[in-house]
Design a protein around this ligand. Structure first.
Ligand code: PRP
Ligand code: URA
Length: 209
């Protein structure tokens, strides 16, 4: 079963509280999503392997730690996942970026795919799927299935807010995937929105409602 990491950091929770407020402006919302993604990335990469490499400082040669192992990729689920990309890249600037476009059918709540562009070497990379919201889990599960069909073997999922239902679905369908979330909320409402959540993340990032 994949590990679920729920963040406990005061700065993340302070920013998340502002994010939840319905009166927070589009500008502030967008900035906060990016900042939270950056903090989350810092923690979600804690176990990346390192190796000692030789470096000559201006004073003396020595052996120092640097990242080793697989190269990285960030895959936002469009649209709302785009809001997390800059924060991720601030932490892991060499990562390549793939895009998977999915929207939730408002009636069935099933994900509908409309776009995909992945780095050609995605199967060789450690992949971080990012999307602010994990509600029913349908979109995240479909994106992860899609990445596995493209040969990805090592995938992590990062969401800012998750519903228990969404975590359960991803764990059941993808037990090999570790999940990183800033908060686990109470439940889903009849429209599949996370309660209390923050509303429609895509609309709040892009100002479309
Ligand atoms: C939202 C969100 C997730 C999905 C979560 O996207 O960004 O992708 O819903 O719901 P689920 O876990 O029930 O699948 P939405 O479909 O609203 O598209 P958007 O990002 O383009 O607004
Ligand atoms: N998608 C969102 O943007 N918000 C929710 O609460 C659920 C799905």
């Amino acid at each position: 079963m994949g590990k679920v990491t729920v963040y406990d950091h005061p700065l993340i929770h302070h920013k998340l509280t502002i994010l939840r407020n319905k009166d927070t402006s589009v500008k502030d919302f967008r900035e906060l999503i990016g900042e939270i993604a950056m903090f989350m990335c810092y923690e979600a990469t804690r176990d990346l392997p390192t190796e000692e490499i030789e470096v000559e400082t201006p004073v003396a040669p020595g052996k120092f730690r640097a990242l080793s192992g697989k190269m990285l990729a960030v895959v936002p689920i469009l649209r709302a996942g785009l809001g997390m990309v800059d924060g991720m890249i601030a932490m892991i600037p060499s990562a390549k970026i793939g895009h998977i476009g999915l929207y939730r059918d408002p009636d069935t709540l099933e994900p509908v795919e409309y776009y995909c562009k992945l780095p050609t070497d995605i199967s060789e990379r450690e992949v971080f799927v990012v999307d602010p919201m994990l509600a029913t889990g349908g979109s995240a599960s479909a994106a992860i299935t899609f990445l596995k069909e493209h040969g990805c073997k090592s995938i992590r999922l990062m969401n800012i807010i998750a519903a228990p239902e969404g975590i359960a679905v991803v764990q059941q369908q993808h037990p090999d995937v570790d999940i990183y979330v800033a908060a686990v909320d109470e439940c889903l409402n009849d429209h599949g929105y996370i309660v209390p959540g923050l509303g429609d993340a895509g609309d709040r990032i892009f100002g479309t409602k």
